[in-house]
Design a protein around this ligand. Structure first.
Ligand SMILES: C[S@@+](CC[C@H](N)C(=O)[O-])C[C@H]1O[C@@H](n2cnc3c(N)ncnc32)[C@H](O)[C@@H]1O
Length: 279
């Protein structure tokens, strides 16, 4: 990890040197955190620029400046960049991730920034959130959907737990077109399904961008359709691939809810992670 210092005047003291050493020991980092003394954890990010600060700056103007009293769930929090920004606006944050390496970074960074009392980090996978009864004013679901083998299950689960707002981001297919009428088609009328604007996801059997945890890449029409189908309304698109969503009780999500499929499906996913007895 290469470390850049933003303000040389702030970095002369032993604190910045010590922070830099500790950050290096906790690497590699995915989030470039801006720590006291001008220390940054991964200033030359492979995604380009100051990641994820530049994404936060696209979204931040669309969020309330004062989040006092808001409960936030940050799913796949990584090193906690977004959790920290939301906590600085006054929110209480539950931040979860499956990867202990990132959680260790996040807990350390919370201490360093004096935010440990406002952000709780837990090692939890998204499907395990089904065991929590809580609902959240804001569900932050950025950069995780396409890493899931059962993405709609996670989206349905998180939509149910969203009281005011979900911030959703996924890797997506190129293009922005939306097929005008997806309500119903005769069984022999399949050409529309091949239209670039028909809601769809590309399945990744092996790896994408060298990453075997990338499973699905939806198109824009598919993203909006899945969000609607999970009971959400797209209220804004602050930047490419980023969707601001609100619960939409009058929307068109009743079809899957009537099936009662969510709980059994979640139980099945949990069971998939366990070896059958005797195996
Ligand atoms: C691409 S990073 C995105 C990090 C952050 N949300 C962001 O937008 O910058 C994906 C993160 O999701 C976590 N993750 C992957 N699968 C998960 C799962 N099933 N449940 C919770 N977190 C998961 C990874 O450990 C990683 O920290």
């Amino acid at each position: 990890m290469r470390m850049r210092t933003a303000d040389p005047d702030l970095t002369r003291g032993p604190d910045a040197d010590s922070l830099r050493r500790q950050a290096e020991a906790l690497g590699p980092w995915f989030h470039n955190l801006h720590l006291p003394g001008g220390v940054e954890t991964v200033p030359d990010h492979f995604l380009g620029g100051d990641f994820p600060c530049f994404k936060w700056q696209q979204i931040a103007p669309h969020l309330p400046a004062d989040l006092a009293g808001w409960r936030v769930l940050d799913v796949g929090c990584n090193a906690g960049f977004y959790s920290f920004e939301l906590a600085r606006r006054g929110a209480g944050v539950l931040a979860v991730d499956v990867d202990e390496h990132y959680l260790e970074q996040a807990r350390w960074a919370a201490q360093v920034q004096g935010l440990a009392d406002r952000v709780q980090f837990r090692r939890l996978g998204v499907y395990e959130l089904a065991a929590l009864p809580d609902r959240f004013d804001l569900v932050w679901f950025m950069g995780v959907f396409y890493h899931l083998r059962y993405p709609l299950l996670a989206l349905d689960l998180l939509a149910q737990r969203t009281l005011r707002l979900m911030v959703f981001q996924t890797l997506s297919l190129p293009g922005d077109s939306v097929y005008p009428d997806t309500r119903d088609h005769p069984i022999d009328d399949r050409e529309p399904l091949l239209d670039p604007g028909w809601p769809k996801m590309a399945f990744i059997e092996h790896r994408f961008a060298g990453d075997p945890t990338n499973w699905w890449v939806p198109n824009h029409a598919g993203i909006e359709a899945m969000l609607r189908s999970s009971g959400l309304r797209v209220a804004g698109r602050p930047a490419g691939e980023i969707y601001l969503c609100e619960p939409d009780p009058s929307g068109d999500s009743a079809r899957w809810r009537r099936t009662g499929a969510l709980e059994p499906a979640l139980a099945a996913v949990q069971a998939l992670g366990r070896r059958p007895a005797g195996a």
